[in-house]
Every structure is written in C-alpha cells, then in structure tokens.
Write a protein that binds this ligand. Structure first.
Ligand SMILES: O=P(O)(O)OC[C@H]1O[C@](O)(COP(=O)(O)O)[C@@H](O)[C@@H]1O
Ligand SMILES: [Mn+2]
Length: 643
C-alpha cells in the first residue's frame, strides 16, 4: 500500500493504542445486528403525512414502547406516551395546560423522563455507545449519559435519578431535554431512510420534505420521474420547466413556484390574461375543502393553459432533432385541423373539446410567439437563480441516483424496461445500443451531465432529461406514451390510455425478478426489488408483495389525489435484522387529531421475509466499508507500529 497514504493516516491515528482501539471498535460493530432501514416512496409533496410516518418510524416507536411498558401502562397511556415522542413540542404544551399545580407537573416530568430514558436504552441496545452519543441532543450528552449508565443499587439509583431530574426541572430545562430525548428515540428507531422517488408534484409541500431530508441523519434517494422533471428544469430544460409549472397549476400549487422558490410568475400571468379565458378542462384539481376563490381559480386556469401550450410547442423541436426518441407520433399540434377543431391520431379523427389555440399559427404550430419565448426565458432565469431551489436540487443530485444496490436489494422508482418476452429492452442513442443496467447507467450519466452544464439548454443531455420523464424506454416513466394532450382536449377516454411497459405484468413472475437482480450483480436468492411509481390498488385486491416476495411495490398513494384509487394512504417498508415488513397506512388526517385523541394512524403489517439468523452489520453495505477500513488500519499497524 502507498506509504504516503499511510503516513497521512498516521496523523489521525498517531499512537498504537488509537489504531488498536479503532480496529477493536470496528470489529465489534461488524458483529452487531444490522440497523433498521425504512423505505418510503411517492411522497408527492405530502409533507404532513410523511412527517408522521417518519416520526412514528412506521409503527416502530409504538412497538418498542409496547414491548417495554405493556405490563405497567394501559393502552391509552401507551398512546399518550407515543404521541409525546412523536410530537414532543406540541404535546408538552397541551399537557402543561392541563395541570393545576407545579407539583403535578414536576411529578409528570420525572415520570416521563424516566420512561424516555428506558426507551432510549432499549432502542439503542444494538448500537455502540459512540453511536448513541452521536444521536443524543448535544447540550445534554453528559447529563443523559449520567442518567443512562448509573448502575448503583436500585434504591440509590432512584433518588439519584430524581435529584438530577429535579435539578433539570428547577433550571427550566425539562422541556428541552424531553424534546431532545424524543428526537433521539426517533433517530435510533430508524437507522437509515430510503426515498424511492417522487418527492415532487401534486401535493403542496415538497420543499418542506426536502428540508426534512436535508436534516435527516442518514438518507438516500432514488429519483422518481417527477423529481427528474424538477432537476431537468433547474438544469436548463425549458420543456421540463413548462411541465413543472403546468403540474403546479393543475393542482393549484403555484405558491410552491412563486412564494417558496421565489420565481416570478407575473410575465406568465400577463401572457395568460391576454390570450386565455376560463376553460373547464384546465380548472385546477383540488379537494372540495381547498377550493381557491373564483378569481384565483380563473387566474390559475388561464396560467394552466398558457404554460401547457408552451410545453406542447417546446416538445416538437426535440422530437424532430432526436429521431431515436421515436416520438414523431407525439407531434400532435401538426395533426390538428384548426378550422374544424379536430385532430387525427393514428388515422382516427376526434373533435377537440375546449380548444385554446389562440397563440398557434396553423402553418407553424410549434413556433413560440415572441412573448411566449420571453416568458419561458425569464422563467428559466428565475429558476436557475433561486437559492432555495439550487440547494434542494443539489441535494437531490448528491444523495440521489437512478437506482441503488443496497444490502443485496435493488431500489428503483419506475422499472427496468423489458420486452414482452422479458428480455432487457434496447435503446439506441447516438448509434450505440444500451439495455438493462447499461441503459440506466447512460441515463444517469446524461442527467448528471445536464446538471453540470446549466447553460446548455438544448443539447442531448438536456433532451435526455425530458426523455426520462416521458420516453418509452425511460426506466422512470415505464409507459409507451404520455397522453397529456389527449387528456386535456379529447373526450374519448380510449385516447387517454398509457400502455405500460411489459415489466409491469412480468414483475409478478419470480423468474423475471431473479433475472433483473442478476443483471445488477445481485444474488437472486437473497435480493428483492423495491419499486415505487405505480399505485397499488388494494381496493381491487392487488398485492404489493409480488413474485414470491422478490418484488415489493411500495406506492400506496401518499398522494391525496390518488387515495380513492388505492384505498389506503401509502405503504412503507421496514428491513431490520429480523427481516422485512411491509406496512400499509390508513389515511392520515392531521397532527392535531393525533395530539388530541392519541389516535395513531392505524397500520397493518405484513411479513415479507424472515431472516433465518439475525442479520449482522457484517453482511451489509456498511459492513463491507468497515472491513476495508479494518484492512487499512491493519496495514497501518504493520507499517508503523509493529516493526
Ligand atoms: O393524474 P395526473 O396529474 O393528470 O397525472 C397523470 C400523468 O401522471 C403520470 O401518471 C406520471 O406520474 P406518476 O409518476 O405519478 O405516475 C403520467 O403517466 C400521466 O400522464
Ligand atoms: Mn412516478
């Protein structure tokens, strides 16, 4: 091994004892049970529901509380305590208001702090002390360790506990300590979070989800098609940009663009006011209790049309300059008879419903008006100069990838494009043909290239970002075509169909899943594919666990707009040292509801896989890294200290 490198390392481990201690520490970690992985997907801006799932660790927090206290606490007390751990700030406030005097409150503090310490001690039993220390609230590390590890005889211990706690109370620090302990518990219960795509679009608060992820202790992201649309927009793709604004208008979420990310929509509004009227096909999709005012709704409807038409026009030159995208069928603006208000698709002619083509020149339908060009240019400038968006998109790039191999499993939002026979579908890009893993790797290469070159707005990398959103061989889209135009303008629902890639029926088949795992150099006996993207319709009896457990689909619809079709409010998956459990969540109403009634969202757990022997860190990705570190430290030991 390079001695320069070892010399450098010796600066950190500058004594024999330090090297030995670290080797022993790492070897000890290898033999601990693996930490709990938590998988979520298709969050679609539903920050509050996501927060709840995160805070209760998909039921794990409650499970640990029940394990510990079922003999001494009633169900209601367990619920109350669980709520305190999920939402400590709010719950403390509520409880404090309910007490008549200081003594009662003090008594409550002592009892709760002791319970929390027990819970932390239990939840951290599979971690090293050093890992627990890192999870503790920094200002209380000393005090908490003192409370956790004092093991004098029980009688003395009790008075010792209450003395320290009374001190904390009299110094006015009890609330802060309890809040810190609650967050520590949440951290300990879930070791690592995977977000299997689609943070953005449809729901109102994707930005707050991003902030949560940025502050989360350990997370990775597999990009979803909607996330890639946002990345593409920020990277300079005008057609991706038109799409994100269109979707925000469609779901009455333009605040995200304007207020959250600070992008000025005034030029777009002016254009919209000039050329568009009310149009039932473009009114925003909102829940009955969230309707905007009439005036606002009209504005959104106009913006929605203006940006949709810009989007359709912008698609055309890309389709023309990239014949291998095989999308000429999507040049729909050219198939319109503007006088008769009809469109011909695949030889079939349909009347156009609620047309709004005031900005279209029938001789050159994809030509942007000067004003439209200016609007989209200004929007792009604004998007690329939004400090917050820049932070969020950089984080998505840093923690994200198109797929991830983690602890033997393959995590992917959409699909692996397959043909009817189950072979990897091939796509030719610039005269080179790719399929399976190679195809995904080249997609990711282009997306990173697009992101690294935000000044180029119509090069191949940028066009590929859009292809990932809507192309037939995109591993994120997984459908033959996106019928956005038809959905707005044609009544006949047959034209709205988006045929899915054969992957979506072949994935029911164990052999197909095994082949896919092999394609990614994973062991088919041990691995699973973890998939998001397509809502699992529990209502119709669809099973999210497919192919004898090799395939797990966790899109149960966090998105409110999709809950009536799925019948639940999302799936999450837990993978700890004992195996994998799928959790189906019932609809989440509000935090206030949980706080007031102690009612948790009921969830149903299903066993996916049970480990025959408890899985250790040694058998995980992190274990592999630790083994390498141990190897290097042994080299250092020989080179420096064993001569
Ligand atoms: O329900 P909406 O908002 O009209 O969206 C429908 C569009 O969304 C898509 O399903 C893609 O979004 P998802 O990744 O959430 O499935 C398209 O295939 C489809 O055209
Ligand atoms: Mn998706």
């Amino acid at each position: 091994m390079n001695t320069k490198y070892l010399d450098l390392l010796a600066q950190k481990y500058n004594s024999e004892e330090k090297v030995v201690t670290e080797i022993i520490n790492l070897k000890a970690i290898l033999n601990l049970p693996k930490g709990t992985e938590h998988f979520v997907s298709d969050l679609h801006g539903e920050y509050r529901a996501f927060q709840h799932v995160l805070r209760n660790g998909s039921g794990k927090v409650k499970e640990k509380i029940t394990d510990l206290f079922q003999d001494e606490l009633s169900e209601q007390e367990i619920n109350e305590f669980a709520t305190l751990v999920y939402y400590p700030e709010e719950k403390i406030k509520l409880i404090k208001n309910a007490f008549d005097n200081e003594t009662q409150l003090e008594h409550w503090y002592i009892q709760m702090i002791e319970r929390m310490l027990k819970l932390i001690s239990y939840a951290s039993s599979k971690y090293t002390r050093s890992k627990l220390r890192k999870a503790l609230p920094s200002q209380f590390v000393y005090v908490i360790e003192e409370l956790l590890y004092k093991t004098a005889d029980p009688a003395n211990k009790e008075s010792y506990y209450s003395k320290i706690v009374q001190q904390i109370i009299s110094l006015g620090q009890a609330d802060k300590l309890m809040i810190g302990l609650s967050y520590t518990t949440q951290k300990l219960v879930v070791d690592h979070l995977h977000v299997v795509g689609d943070i953005y679009d449809r729901g109102p608060e994707p930005d707050r989800i991003m902030e949560t992820l940025i502050n989360y202790h350990s997370v990775d992201i597999q990009w979803g098609n909607h996330d890639v649309l946002w990345i593409g927009a920020y990277a300079g793709s005008k057609v991706c940009l038109a799409n994100i604004i269109r979707i925000c208008a469609r779901y009455a979420n333009l605040e995200i663009i304007e207020d959250v990310y600070g992008i000025n929509l005034r030029p777009l509004l002016n254009l919209a006011e000039k050329y568009y009227e009310d149009n039932p096909s473009f009114r925003p999709k909102v829940q009955a209790d969230e309707r905007p005012s009439k005036h606002e709704e009209l504005q959104i409807t106009k913006i929605h049309q203006a940006i949709a038409m810009i989007q359709f026009k912008l698609e055309s030159p890309i389709i023309k300059r990239r014949p291998y995208f095989n999308m000429s069928e999507r040049l729909l603006l050219e198939n319109i008879d503007y006088d008769r208000e009809e469109i011909t698709i695949n030889g079939e002619t349909y009347p156009l419903d609620n047309p709004c083509f005031a900005t279209i020149n029938p001789d050159q339908p994809d030509q942007l008006l000067e004003e439209e060009q200016q609007v989209i240019d200004k929007l792009l400038f604004s998007v690329q100069h939004s400090e917050k968006l820049s932070r969020h998109m950089n984080f998505l790039m840093k923690k994200g990838s198109l797929y991830l191999k983690y602890n033997g499993n393959l995590l992917i939002h959409g699909c692996i494009p397959l043909d009817e026979e189950g072979h990897m579908e091939k796509m030719t890009i610039e005269n080179k043909t790719y399929g399976g893993r190679d195809l995904l790797d080249i997609f990711e290469y282009y997306l990173r290239d697009a992101f690294a070159n935000p000044d180029k707005t119509d090069d191949l990398a940028m066009d590929m970002a859009w292809y990932l959103w809507t192309g037939e061989y995109s591993s994120l889209f997984g459908k033959r075509k996106m019928t956005t135009f038809e959905r707005y303008f044609i009544k006949d629902k047959n034209t709205h169909k988006e045929k899915k890639n054969p992957y979506y029926f072949l994935r029911e088949n164990e052999e197909t899943c095994r082949e896919i795992l092999k394609e990614f150099d994973l062991l088919p006996d041990q691995g699973h594919i973890i998939n998001g993207h397509t809502p699992v319709k529990e209502i119709e009896g669809e099973n999210p666990i497919k192919a004898s457990g090799k395939m797990i689909v966790i899109d149960g619809g966090f998105s409110k707009a999709y809950q009536s079709t799925t019948g639940i409010a999302g799936y999450t998956l837990l993978f700890n040292s004992y195996g994998m459990q799928l959790v189906a969540h019932k609809q989440f109403h509000s935090k206030e509801d949980v706080l007031a009634n102690g009612t948790d969202v009921l969830s149903v757990k299903r066993l996916v896989d049970k480990e025959l022997e408890r899985k250790k860190v040694l058998e995980t990705n992190i274990g592999e890294e630790l083994l390498q570190e141990i190897y290097i430290l042994n080299q250092l030991m020989e080179y420096r200290y064993m001569k």
